[in-house]
Design a protein around this ligand. Structure first.
Ligand code: ZN
Length: 203
C-alpha cells in the first residue's frame, strides 16, 4: 500500500507556516512503515526536539485507477478516518531552507497515525465534514472541509495523473491551522462531528 499526503491544503495553515499558497496540490509520500493504527502508543523519536501534530482527514482508496477524472473521483474512496501527519518541524525547516527532500522530517516510522475507518455514503461525501483534534482534553485544531483549497476529488484526480492508485492506498488530505508541538505524556484524540475516531498517547 502507498501513503500519499497533501501539503498546504488549507490556506490558513499555509499562512501560519509562512508558506506560499500553492498553484497545484503539494504531494508527498510516506512508506508503509510509517503507519501506526489501532490506538497504539507513539514513541517520541530521538532525532527531533520539535515534533508537531497535524490532524487530517484520511481517505481509503477502494479500487485501482490511473488518470481518474475529477467527475468520477468520489467513487474511488469508500471510507474515511482521522489521522496525524507527524512532522519533525526542526528537521523540516532545515530541509526546506536548503531545498532538500523532507522525508526524514515527515516519513519516518509511525509518522502516519490513523484512527478507525468509517464508511462514507455518497450523500455524506457531498457535504462539508467537521473535525477537531484535542490535546490533553483541550481543542487545538478545528477543521472544515469546506475550507479545502483542493477537494478530495481534485486530489484523487491529480495524484492519479502521476501514480496508479491501488485499493488500500490511503491519502492524508492536509491539515487546518493550529498545528503545534507534542511532548511525552500527551494524549491526542480526534473527532469527526461528534464521533471519536482516534485516541492515543505519546510515550
Ligand atoms: Zn500534513
Amino acid at each position: 500500500m502507498k501513503i500519499f499526503c497533501v501539503g498546504r491544503n488549507y490556506a490558513e495553515h499555509a499562512k501560519e507556516l509562512q508558506n506560499e499558497i500553492p498553484s497545484s496540490p503539494v504531494i508527498f509520500m510516506k512508506p508503509h512503515t510509517a503507519l501506526l493504527s489501532d490506538g497504539k502508543d507513539f514513541y517520541y523519536p530521538n532525532f527531533t526536539n520539535d515534533l508537531h501534530y497535524e490532524c487530517e482527514i484520511v481517505l481509503r482508496i477502494c479500487k485501482n485507477g490511473k488518470a481518474i477524472s475529477e467527475k468520477f473521483a468520489s467513487t474511488y474512496y469508500d471510507a474515511i478516518t482521522l489521522g496525524i501527519d507527524f512532522t519533525a518541524r526542526d528537521l523540516q525547516q532545515h530541509q526546506k531552507e536548503k531545498g532538500l527532500p523532507w522525508e526524514i522530517a515527515k516519513a519516518f516510522d509511525h509518522s502516519a497515525v490513523i484512527g478507525n475507518w468509517k464508511t462514507i455514503s455518497n450523500e455524506e461525501k457531498a457535504k462539508p465534514l467537521l473535525f477537531k483534534l484535542d490535546k490533553n482534553g483541550e481543542t487545538v485544531q478545528n477543521g472544515n472541509t469546506a475550507d479545502l483549497m483542493y477537494s478530495f476529488e481534485k486530489i484523487i484526480a491529480y495524484i492519479s495523473s502521476f501514480f496508479t492508485l491501488n485499493m488500500g492506498d490511503i491519502i492524508f488530505t492536509g491539515t487546518p491551522q493550529g498545528v503545534g508541538p507534542v511532548k511525552i505524556g500527551d494524549q491526542l484524540s480526534a473527532t469527526l462531528f461528534d464521533e471519536e475516531l482516534l485516541n492515543f498517547s505519546i510515550k
